[in-house]
Design a protein around this ligand. Structure first.
Ligand code: SF4
Length: 276
């Protein structure tokens, strides 16, 4: 199971994602905004003026964003409850730390998922050791976090996630190859934009980074499929079984369409708008 510290908790944060990030209206945010400038809808108590209407207003960038608990870590651990409004002299540093912490927490989230499904002891030990090392780093001072070689960690994490993906998919496919084929790619990522995959076997499929925007995956069984980084915006997941799919994030699910029959992995919450 995913530990609570890797779950977004806006109540313990100081609105970092609404300030630190650069964002644009074309990506589903309210406006174009430079990094480090507060969003026009952010209130002085760090809540959002239009929180209840984000979906109605089509602000998919806001509704899909997930900091994997990095916001509350920076607010409550790195800066011990000090906020950037009361300490403007360190605001810039806090935002920089948040952007790095978000990457570390995202990697920790995937590593934890991998450790939960990995059955090969040797890899599981490596995963747990990297989780512990990275957890310790997230408790470090801002100076240490800012100087960290994040890319070096990303390489180590990617290697272990790929090993885990192969082990899980091979187990489901029992040595057979997945029947999923794709002809087109965009920047090396499989392109299934708008594809009808309803009748294609997706058990154990490698969907890493795939474009599944508006694809029909309804009533399909994605047991053992790897969805890391897949773009599921408006993909139809009605009646789809994702219970044992791997590396599925809340943000991916929030952008997709589904219904009461969609089976989700443990720890992922059914989006409220699916019931409407
Ligand atoms: S609209 Fe609300 S949630 Fe979105 S960035 Fe602005 S303050 Fe944050």
């Amino acid at each position: 199971m995913i530990n609570e510290s890797l779950r977004i908790n806006c109540e313990k944060c100081f609105g970092f994602c609404c300030v630190a990030l650069y964002f644009s209206a074309s990506e589903g945010f309210p406006t174009n905004k430079e990094a480090g400038k507060p969003c026009l809808n952010l209130k002085s108590d760090f809540t959002c003026k239009i929180h209840k209407n984000l979906r109605k207003k089509g602000l998919k960038g806001c509704t899909a964003y997930d900091c994997f608990g990095a916001g509350q870590k920076v607010a409550q651990v790195t800066y011990a409850g000090q906020d950037w409004q009361k300490a403007p002299e360190v605001a810039e540093e806090m935002f920089e730390v948040f952007l790095i912490m978000r990457q570390l927490h995202e990697m920790l989230w995937y590593l934890t998922q991998a450790a939960n499904v990995q059955t090969e002891e040797k890899i599981k030990t490596k995963l747990n050791s990297l989780i512990s090392e990275m957890n310790n780093i997230t408790q470090s001072t801002p100076e240490v976090i800012i100087k960290l070689d994040v890319e070096a960690y990303r390489d180590k994490v990617n290697y272990l996630l790929k090993q885990t993906s192969e082990a899980v998919r091979n187990k489901v496919l029992k040595g057979q190859k997945s029947s999923l084929k794709h002809k087109k790619t965009i920047a090396g990522r499989a392109d299934f934009f708008g594809a009808n995959l309803k009748k294609i076997s997706l058990r154990g499929a490698d969907l890493r980074g795939a474009f599944l925007i508006a694809a029909n995956l309804s009533e399909n069984d994605l047991t053992g499929a790897d969805l890391i980084g897949a773009d599921l915006r408006d993909a139809d997941l009605s009646g789809t079984n994702l219970e044992n799919a791997i590396f599925v994030t809340q943000a991916q699910i929030n952008t997709a369409k589904g219904n009461a029959s969609t089976k989700l992995p443990k720890g992922i919450t059914r989006p409220m708008h699916w019931d409407k």
